[in-house]
Write a protein that binds this ligand. Structure first.
Ligand code: BDP
Length: 677
């Protein structure tokens, strides 16, 4: 039990459920016979066997039938499961992929102990493109990867197709993930050369039966680097012709190629602005190249420029919002959940709700660059859901980010959700057992952004560790507050980006020497003897004006700002009174304390599961929690030592002094931290 089986390991059900399931599933049949339907049937057999319910030969009992139907209650990827008391269960879908998704859902119900005897359940994905973004380099190093090397063995492709590809595809299909961008957004042109297209075609062949398309991150200057052109100007006809020919070449090898993802004019990457063209002009040129083949372009809005003195949090909006309505219909603008960069907590990105005429897709980071990487247990389902449920107020109350993303708010049909993958070649895929839950939660929320993170945690726990209530309850109790604990010990009350330089692991709020102002933690917290926080009100950067008026109004006053985002929006004196009556400084210290205490509780809760969990996964999680406990303390102590050196205030009574002086914390460095670009 090393975690390799993920949430698909399903252990035998308790005896009564097992025999009920066996009775339900005595005969399995399919009326569809394409490759995906065959996989669906095989998955059903395999899943039932793992649950201890292998159909008995010649036994009397019910039948499960996989059947293609015309059903108006579901879309092309949806499924409809009905189970009647006479023992007939039908998993119906319009296309074979729906049968596969339906089988996985049926098995999920079984593994989590749901009743199966009578069912009438129709489900369709609410988001069309449910895509993993691999930040994998061609040399096998994964940018911000904490789970080993890339699973793509480019060197030995296309001849050698590792069995890992099928296992990976199967895990994704079990969640409904239907697209994969295989290479880093900091892209190399090499990915677009003929040998690499052949390699990609081999991967595509492995993923296709599981309903997954491949996409490529495109390097903007590829026409110059591998095409011999003098320019990459999107309005230069030779450039457009090059991309059209390149797209034709890719589609000839991969007829269902998904399209391109582009990081342009961001963090040193080239882009159309180098030619004084807008993001829309760039995106549309590329979109025209893939359009005849049904492809899309996912154009990232993660931009900020070193020569722009404006608040970094405002720059994407400033660049993109004026372009609303100018993007071609096969372009999606891919927006990170928050305006800075995947912090433990960020307010939702102001572009959501502000570009009604554009297909906006969500980008979450599943890999935990800023949230403890592989060792800290910080379940991201709550983070994803918090953003999705945030109300943009764009069209009045209830205009949630989820409704922007699923297209219902503005009537968009082309919709998407991307997650920066946490997958690598480690045996457990994700760097820790609990990091698997973030991959799982991403997939489930991409299918249905309204699912509750607690429901998802319970599902994941039951499938990963078995359905015993003690286990599921305890694991869920550990997971649910875990991300808030990290917010408390890392960035309480709306602080952000105070992590160590480059690797983003561990505390470094004192760093102030880096070349670009917005690379320095001091830029984000602005602590001085008088106070702390980034003033984004009208007196400050006025980033709040990028939100809909009712939200901007609330954010203009610290008293009506959600305290969890207080210092994100306001610079306040150290003695500012929090809602509970305490001064800001003592409130901060209490948050740090609370974060550390919560991790200590998580350790006790996990220890109580020892009798129920297999040895290796138990021990690994236990060891990682010990690291997290130690490092939560480090975060707390280093942060307090630094802020105290700025404000010279005493600690509230009952809070312990940091174990070391500030210089000691400053000297801690991590020269070989993983995942650095
Ligand atoms: C930041 C990462 C950097 C990525 C960048 C991006 O630190 O490695 O290249 O985002 O999203 O989070 O492009």
């Amino acid at each position: 039990e090393d975690g390799h089986e993920l949430w698909l390991r399903a252990s035998p059900l308790p005896a009564p459920q097992r025999s009920a399931l066996r009775h339900q599933a005595t005969r399995l049949q399919t009326t569809a016979h394409g490759p995906t339907a065959r996989l669906a049937l095989a998955e059903l057999q395999r899943g039932l066997a793992r649950l201890g319910a292998t159909p008995a030969r010649g036994g009397k009992g019910g039948t499960i039938t996989l059947e293609l139907v015309q059903d108006s209650r579901i879309n092309d990827e949806g499924f409809h499961i009905t189970a009647r008391p006479d023992g007939q269960t039908v998993i119906a879908a319009r296309r074979e992929i729906g049968l596969l998704y339906g089988v996985f859902h049926y098995l999920r119900l079984a593994a989590t102990g749901a009743p199966l005897a009578t069912l009438d359940l129709a489900s369709s994905p609410r988001v069309q493109l449910r895509v993993l973004n691999h930040w994998d380099n061609l040399d096998g190093v994964v940018e911000r990867g904490y789970s080993g090397r890339s699973i793509w063995d480019w060197w030995r492709l296309p001849d050698w197709r590792d069995t890992l590809y099928t296992e990976y595809a199967r895990a994704n299909a079990s969640l409904g993930i239907n697209g994969v961008v295989v290479n880093n957004v900091n892209a190399k042109s090499t990915s677009l050369t003929a040998p690499y297209i052949a390699k990609l075609a081999a991967i595509a062949g492995e993923l296709r039966p599981w309903g997954i398309r491949v996409y490529l991150s495109a390097r903007w200057t590829a026409p110059m680097e591998i095409g011999g052109l003098k320019s990459a100007d999107p309005l230069d006809p030779a450039v457009a012709a090059w991309w059209r020919a390149k797209s034709d070449e890719i589609y000839a090898a991969i007829p269902d190629f998904g399209g391109f993802l582009v990081k342009a004019n961001s963090e040193g990457q080239p882009g159309p602005q180098d030619y004084r063209r807008s993001h829309a002009e760039g995106a549309n040129m590329l979109a025209a190249a893939v359009k005849p083949h049904g492809g899309v372009v996912m154009w990232r809005a993660f931009v900020y420029a070193h020569d722009n003195p404006d608040d970094r949090a405002k720059q994407a909006y400033n660049d993109f919002q004026p372009l609303d309505g100018q993007f071609a219909d096969n372009v999606l603008v891919q927006v990170k959940n928050g305006a800075i960069d995947f912090q433990p907590r960020e307010p939702f990105h102001p572009l959501f709700g502000a570009m009604p005429k554009t297909n906006l897709m969500m980008e979450f980071q599943i890999t935990k660059e800023y949230v403890g990487q592989s060792t800290h247990l910080t379940y991201l389902g709550t983070l994803f859901s918090e953003t999705l449920q945030a109300d943009t107020q764009a069209k009045g109350t209830g205009s949630t980010v989820a409704k922007v993303v699923d297209g219902t708010l503005d009537g968009h049909r082309l919709t998407g959700m991307a997650g920066v993958a946490n997958i690598g070649a480690d045996r457990d895929w994700s760097g820790s057992i609990f990091n698997q839950a973030d991959w799982y939660a991403f997939g489930r929320l991409a299918w249905d952004p309204e699912l509750s993170p607690e429901t998802i945690a319970r599902e994941w726990a039951a499938q990963t560790f078995g359905p015993a209530p003690k286990v599921v309850n305890t694991v869920t109790t550990i997971m649910m507050p875990s991300r808030e604990a990290a917010v408390d010990y890392m960035t309480p009350l709306g602080l952000a980006h105070v992590m160590g330089t480059g690797h983003h692991y561990g505390p470094a709020p004192w760093v102030s020497h880096l070349a670009r102002p917005e690379w320095n933690p001091v830029y984000y917290h602005k602590a001085d003897a008088q106070g702390i926080g980034f003033d984004r009100s009208a007196k400050g950067s006025n980033a709040i004006s990028q939100y809909a008026p009712p939200i901007a109004q609330k954010l203009s006053d610290p008293a009506t700002t959600d305290e969890r985002q207080l210092l994100w929006f306001h610079h306040l004196p150290w003695d500012y009174r929090l809602k509970n009556g305490e001064a800001l400084w003592s409130g901060m210290v209490h948050h740090y304390d609370a974060g550390v205490a919560q991790v200590a509780r998580m350790q006790v809760q996990w220890d109580s599961l020892q009798p129920y969990i297999d040895k290796e996964r138990f021990a690994k999680t236990q060891a990682f929690l010990a690291i997290q406990r130690r490092e939560a303390q480090w975060w707390r102590d280093a942060s307090i030592a630094y802020f105290q050196s700025v404000n010279h205030l005493d600690l509230p009574s009952g809070s312990a002094k940091p174990a070391h002086d500030l210089d000691w914390y400053k000297e801690q460095n991590l020269p070989y931290a993983p995942g650095n670009p």
